[in-house]
Write a protein that binds this ligand. Structure first.
Ligand code: ATP
Ligand code: MG
Length: 267
């Protein structure tokens, strides 16, 4: 699988209609799951190396329409890695303290420390998605945020934090089925929010807002990937593969020690 097929090149327009929501390639589910198991092992080794190296970090941003599977992606891809070096931050409607600051204030506090993997379940992109669609802030303020986001992510990159961003892409019909499942399954009722309905009715506005994001904010240092997310095994596989490739590109090393281990005798 070539992950670059799913990456938005810098400055390119991205019409979501032209990206698949469902993987229909040659790989079978069985092969995909086997590959995911291998990638998970590789991810564990690389995470150990990232932690030991201690100079760099990786920030994973997950965005999607409601009920596209952000939570289950986090559970499946990041579940098997060492919790000591991984932190998930979920961004909900800002509280009054957060609203009293600039939109990146709460975000910056949650970026991973060196050696760690940080996962954002929603992110600063909400401030150009829901905020744009529902006009929660003046248009001229929102318009400037794309540049602020690019500069912020460039700062992170220059200081050693590699940023990768995933949009879990599903169709409108798939969302309907997922939301219906939340209503039909008693154990999933809590996941449904009546607010999901009015948001769903703004589907086209959200898709447009996302397209705008991909066009403005996919950079070589912090690329966006459009993940066909309706087949869960493929969604997890693609996210894991991008992570492994990103970590492998970071030139991580175990720290050199200033003693000769062969000369030390443990008494
Ligand atoms: P699920 O997909 O499982 O429903 P969720 O991520 O949607 O989980 P919720 O608590 O249902 O979690 O929703 C969080 C809400 O907060 C979303 O509607 C999101 O758009 C909103 N939100 C996040 N950041 C901001 C922001 N900066 N401004 C306004 N709303 C925001
Ligand atoms: Mg929700």
């Amino acid at each position: 699988m070539k992950t670059s097929d799913y990456k938005i090149d810098s400055g390119k327009s991205a019409k979501l209609d032209s990206f698949p929501t469902r993987y229909e390639g040659k790989l079978t589910k069985e092969e995909g799951l086997k590959k995911l198991a291998e990638l998970t092992e590789r991810l564990q080794v690389l995470q150990d190396l990232l932690y030991a190296d201690g100079r760099k970090a990786i920030l994973v941003v997950l965005q999607a329409m409601d009920a596209a599977g952000k939570d289950s992606t986090i559970k499946k891809v990041f579940g098997p890695i060492n919790p000591q070096g991984c932190k998930v931050a979920s961004f909900k409607t800002p509280n009054s303290t957060e609203l009293a600051h600039d939109f990146l204030w709460r975000i910056h506090q949650n970026v991973p420390r060196r050696g760690h993997i940080g996962v954002f379940n929603r992110s600063h992109y909400e401030d150009v998605l829901i905020v744009r669609v529902k006009e929660l802030a003046p248009k001229d303020i929102v318009k400037k945020r794309y540049d602020h986001i690019n500069n912020f992510e460039a700062l992170l990159h220059d200081e050693g934090t590699h940023v990768v961003k995933f949009f879990l892409h599903i169709s409108r019909d798939h969302q309907k089925a997922q939301l219906q499942e939340r209503l039909d399954t008693p154990e999933k009722n809590w996941k449904f929010s009546p607010q999901d309905i009015p948001e769903r009715l703004r589907w086209d506005d959200y898709q447009k807002a996302f397209e705008h994001v991909f066009e403005k904010c996919s950079t070589p240092e912090a690329p966006w990937y459009i993940v066909p997310a309706e087949r869960k095994w493929f969604r997890n596989l693609l996210v894991a593969q991008v992570l492994v490739e990103t970590l492998e590109s970071m030139n991580l090393e175990y720290p050199k020690v200033d003693f000769d281990p062969r000369e030390i005798k443990i008494p």
